[in-house]
Each structure stands twice: as C-alpha cells, then as structure tokens.
Design a protein around this ligand. Structure first.
Ligand SMILES: CSC[C@@H](O)[C@@H](O)C(=O)COP(=O)(O)O
Ligand SMILES: [Zn+2]
Length: 207
C-alpha cells in the first residue's frame, strides 16, 4: 500500500467515523502500515475534516519522513500495536460514548461478550456462543507506559481485534482498511448493545 492511497482511505474513514459521532472534538487518531513505513494523523485536528496536510509519514523505524505539525500524541501506541500484531495494517482509535462509558462501568480487565450474532463481524469469530474478550487497560497520559502494558499483556493473551482504554476509547485493528472499518462498526454496535443490556439487567450480569 502506498502512502497516498492510505491517506485517502483514512480521510474517508474520518468523515464516516465523525458522522457516526465516534470522534468528538479532536478525539481519535488513525494510522496505516504502508510499503515505506506508516502514515498517522497529525495531532489536534478534527478527524472528520482531515486532508492530505493533516498526516505525518513515518519510516519503518517510526521516524518522520514527511508532514508538518506533530504526529498524534498516541503515535507510539499505534506503532506498538503494529509491532505486536503482524496482521494489523490499519489502526483506528475512537472515543465513542459506548466505548468510553462501558470501559468505566466494567471494573475488570476485560469486556467479555457472548450471545450476540454481531460478534461474527470480527474476523475468526464464527458463533454467537463464542466469548469475545476485549482487554481493558487503565488510561495513562504516558503513552510509552501504556504501550508497555499492552505488550506485557500480549505475551500471555494475544491482542486480536481491539483494546479498550478505560474512560478513553477503543483501538481497533484490521488487516486492511475495509476490515478495520467493519471491526469498528461491529464492535461499536456490540458496545452499545452491552451497555443497554447492563442498564436493564444490571451490572451483576456482566460475564
Ligand atoms: C480531545 S482530547 C483527545 C486526545 O487527548 C487523544 O486521546 C486523542 O485521541 C487525540 O489526540 P491526537 O494527538 O489529536 O491524535
Ligand atoms: Zn484518544
């Protein structure tokens, strides 16, 4: 994948994600792994109004090769995820209400989902009877430390589709742009369903 193609796809993704209400204010950031390294959104922009000037291009080591301004404050988390997850080529980070609230309401270190047909929107999931487990990490303004937490966790429980950051949002990975968007939409639907279910059935019914 060439940098320009990846940038065009992430601009489109930003418009769609913003229309969904999942990147309020300047929240969220997006990246892709490309032939020459990575592209990542620049820091502090409205992710619904991205343009070619709001991307930073990085080499395979994560050093900037092109682009003005600062790379996303959470760039190291994106790079960490590419390192841990070889099949990840796109990372989308969003701040939806459902991901933000659910990650606070669930006090344990994982959101476990079962019984939903929509679980099958996640690659490798073939039944609503499977348990889909999304790890939850404590939020931290020190992104390098947060990234270390993810790699420690990945050693014993490989991260597959996504991670939740408590009170902050979700990071979703995909093999490509289309899969990343499908994973994000599927997960957001599941987060909303689970939040509604917990409101009705009570927090004690969390898996
Ligand atoms: C609107 S505050 C959100 C930020 O602190 C951060 O979490 C975020 O997602 C966006 O940061 P950015 O540096 O623009 O990529
Ligand atoms: Zn964020």
């Amino acid at each position: 994948m060439h940098n320009n193609t990846a940038i065009s796809q992430l601009i489109e993704a930003g418009k769609w994600i913003s229309q969904k209400g999942w990147v309020p204010a300047t929240g969220g950031n997006f990246s892709a792994r490309t032939a020459t390294g990575y592209v990542v959104t620049a820091s502090g922009f409205d992710k619904g109004q991205l343009g070619t000037h709001t991307f930073i291009e990085l080499d395979h080591q994560g050093n900037r090769t092109k682009g003005a301004g600062n790379p996303s404050a959470e760039t190291q988390l994106h790079l960490g995820m590419y390192k841990l997850i070889p099949h990840a080529n796109v990372v989308l980070h969003t701040h939806s209400v459902a991901a933000t609230v659910l990650s606070r309401v669930i006090k344990s270190h994982a959101l476990n989902l079962s019984g939903y047909e929509m679980q099958k929107s996640l690659s490798g999931v073939t039944s609503h009877l499977d348990t889909l487990s999304i790890p939850i990490f404590e939020n931290d303004q020190d992104i390098d430390r947060l990234s270390l937490l993810l790699s420690d966790h990945h050693l014993h429980t490989p991260i597959e589709h996504a991670v939740l950051i408590r009170g902050h949002g979700v990071y979703v990975v995909g093999r490509n742009y289309k899969q990343a968007l499908r994973h994000l939409e599927g997960l957001e639907f599941l987060f909303s369903c689970e939040l509604e279910r917990l409101k009705i059935e009570g927090i004690g019914t969390q898996l």
